[in-house]
Design a protein around this ligand. Structure first.
Ligand code: TPP
Length: 340
């Protein structure tokens, strides 16, 4: 018999048509956003790649392909629930309801951005939506534990969700966070987005066991693995875990097998992965899959899908125009709102 603690998820979280359409819409919005800023990022950086040139300076980590992990979890969250994400965070910010215009403006380094242009694309903070992200791999886990401890001490039924990659799950802080969340029975959901790469390093060479979800047993908490970027399975498992956390049932670790369509960062030559890997992943595009699932269910027509695409594109275009037209912060503001 296996020593690994496994949990059976008996209760099925009901999926309504409106919820399914809303999730598809958010996935389309994320994809359009990522593709648009990828193109804009290239402005000024060709023919010679110069990190500081163009309207989006610095590194850019995109999450196209990883939409289900963001959308299937965050759809269950309220504004007062906290989400802590890592460096690859746009999809999660959008799924948590962060204002698209202020998100875009932050990425462009503009005064109207979430952090008045001082955070950039990895450091997104939105106190109204209870969302944060940061570039220290692994730091998202203890941040969520801290928020969950505060909620518990305040007697609230809010929950905290921490996102990290398969690389982040090998940081010591991940294990410290799980341990604390378990002994204090905190309302935290740990989400590992397993895209099988940490920068150029494959998970099979960095991680001693094949399933990060099995590590939950070391802390006596439920661990669930969701294969193949499956939005509706994520929706179901996350719904259960969040409900359990709200009711005082403690933390859950969810590992989601997902796909990274672009390089680690935009401009990554990707010499470490086979030429056809992305082609194979793209053949399993989660947006096409969800579209087909909803059409089969009779919840969506091709025409309605096109309308969703159109609406999502218009929303993204409006946000990008806002960012482009916004002013840069004044030089006199450089030392405001920062530890100096
Ligand atoms: C503490 C720390 N170590 C190293 C880095 C450099 N770094 C940035 S992203 C990354 C890989 C992260 O991989 P993973 O957690 O799997 O997330 P993914 O990029 O696949 O989304 C590394 C090593 C960092 N930002 N922080």
């Amino acid at each position: 018999m296996s020593h690994i603690l496994r949990v059976e998820w008996f209760m099925v979280v009901e999926l309504r048509k409106e919820t399914a359409i809303e999730m598809l819409y958010t996935m389309l919005k994320i994809r359009k956003f990522e593709e648009t800023i990828k193109d804009i990022y290239a402005e000024g950086k060709k023919p010679v790649f110069d990190l500081s040139a163009g309207p989006i300076p610095g590194f850019l980590h995109l999450s196209a392909g990883q939409e289900p992990a963001a959308v299937g979890v965050c759809i269950h969250l309220r504004a007062d629930d906290f989400v802590s994400a890592a460096h690859r965070a746009h999809h999660i910010a959008i799924a948590k309801g962060v204002d698209l215009k202020r998100l875009a403006a932050e990425i462009f380094g503009k005064k109207t951005g979430l952090c008045k242009g001082k955070g950039g694309h990895m450091h997104l903070f939105d106190p109204q939506k209870n969302f944060s992200s940061n570039g220290i791999v692994g730091a998202s886990f203890p941040h969520a534990v801290g928020a969950a401890l505060a909620y518990k001490m305040q007697g609230k039924d809010s929950v905290a969700v921490a996102y990290g990659g398969d690389g982040a799950a090998n940081q010591g802080i991940f294990h410290e966070a799980l341990n604390l969340a378990a002994i204090w029975k905190l309302p935290v959901i740990f989400v590992i987005e397993d895209n099988s790469w940490a920068l150029s390093f494959p998970k099979r060479l960095s991680t001693a066991i094949s399933r990060n979800s099995d590590r939950a047993s070391a802390y006596g908490i439920p661990g669930v693995f969701i294969p193949d970027n499956d939005l509706f399975r994520i929706f179901e498992v996350a719904g259960e875990a969040i409900k359990r956390a709200r009711e005082g049932g403690g933390p859950t670790l969810i590992e989601i097998e997902t796909y990274r369509f672009y390089g680690h960062y935009v401009g990554d030559p990707e010499r470490y992965r086979a030429k056809d890997e992305v082609e194979k992943l793209r053949a399993k595009d989660p947006i096409n899959r969800v579209k087909e699932q909803l059409i089969r269910k009779g919840w969506l027509t091709d025409k309605e899908f096109e309308e969703l695409v159109f609406r999502a594109s218009a929303e993204v275009d409006e946000a990008i125009n806002f960012a482009r037209e916004s002013p840069y912060p004044d030089p006199e503001e450089a030392l405001q709102d920062v530890f100096a």
